[in-house]
Design a protein. Structure first.
Length: 340
């Protein structure tokens, strides 16, 4: 018996599918193989989709244009960005025209202007708040002005705290790394973090879609999966971005997904997705605790092996060190990125 019984497609159990973008649909500006086809298939079946991203360097309309240019038709109202969510939150808390010191890309400034606030760049302009988001051109001078403004009493809003951004060359510093600079300088955390793992982006998407079940698809345990769980939603981890199998096996309860798939094919093919955790003995595999970690024996699908390993790792805290007790187990561990 497999960890995902029967031949039902995962997607058939949900009314809305909410995708993270970087690491799920694309890497920076290149579509991930199979992503365009997967979203196209959802559209062809008349299913509702939305996109929720912590990246604050593009506006919702720009993200929609980017997706459409990749072959994924998208409307601005389907895209929820942490920049737009931050602007809306500040709009609700500040008077119209209030100055906000911005650390980040032009997209964050544009979102603030769109809700009637005034972006500024220096502490001398008496900002009513500091809004910090990712921007590739953020430098020391920007961080210095933000530090001075926060010390002067301006509340500090971070669009997100992603430590890294995925890229074809490997993970790159994200907004969380820039937030860490100010955290070190100020000796404290931001007053408000808007993006994932906070649940607002996901709950907003689900509310817009109305009745029915929502599935969140992400590549990061610390943002997408934790955020979905905080929102009370089922979630699928795809292994096309940041989080890998060793991180999954060591994940605390708040960051454990409902399902795992190698890529978005798992939405449609029952053989390409698994519910986690499974049982220690599932799909021809047996996972047990060994002296130095976990031991995998048997033969079967690598994803079923993963479900068995999650069952033991999560229930015992044995961690991500796994040894193979059979040739098939060696091949499975290699496929899962767990080979020594």
């Amino acid at each position: 018996m497999t960890a995902r019984a029967g031949n039902a497609r995962l997607v058939d159990g949900y009314t809305l599918v909410v995708f993270d973008l970087d690491g799920v649909i694309y890497l920076i500006d290149r579509p991930i193989p199979g992503a365009v086809e997967a979203v196209g298939r959802l559209h062809a079946e008349g299913r509702s989709v939305a996109y929720a991203t912590n990246n604050a360097s593009r506006r919702s309309s720009e993200v929609a244009d980017l997706l459409t240019g990749m072959g994924v038709p998208a409307r601005p109202e389907e895209v929820l960005t942490s920049a737009a969510a931050t602007a809306e939150l500040l709009r609700d808390r500040l008077p119209t025209g209030a100055p906000v010191l911005v650390v980040g890309a032009e997209a964050l400034r544009a979102e603030l202007r769109a809700v009637g606030l005034r972006p500024v760049t220096t502490v001398d302009e008496n900002p009513a708040a500091v809004a910090q988001g990712y921007g590739p051109d953020v430098g020391w001078a920007d961080l210095a002005e933000a530090s001075l403004a926060v010390r002067a009493g301006a509340p500090w809003y971070a669009t997100n705290t992603d430590r890294t951004l995925p890229s074809p060359r490997g993970p790159l510093p994200g907004n969380g790394s820039l937030v860490a600079v100010l955290r070190t300088a100020l000796g404290r955390d931001p007053d408000v973090v808007v993006g994932k793992p906070e649940p607002a982006l996901f709950t907003t998407a689900a509310r817009r879609a109305g009745a029915g079940r929502t599935l969140v698809v992400g590549d990061r345990l610390d943002t997408d999966i934790e955020g979905a769980r905080r929102a009370g939603l089922d979630c699928l981890l795809v292994l096309t971005g940041v989080s890998d199998v060793p991180e999954l096996l060591a994940a605390p309860e708040r960051r454990r997904p409902t399902y795992v798939s190698t890529d978005l094919v798992g939405l449609f093919e029952p053989a390409e997705v698994v519910r986690v955790p499974g049982e220690p003995d599932v799909g021809g595999w047996s996972a047990t605790v060994a002296d130095d970690g976990l031991l995998l024996d048997g033969a079967g699908r690598p994803l079923d092996a993963l479900a068995a390993l999650c069952a033991v790792a999560w229930s015992t805290g044995a961690g991500a060190r796994v040894r193979a007790a059979s040739p098939a187990a060696e091949r499975a561990l290699s496929a899962l990125g767990l080979a020594d």
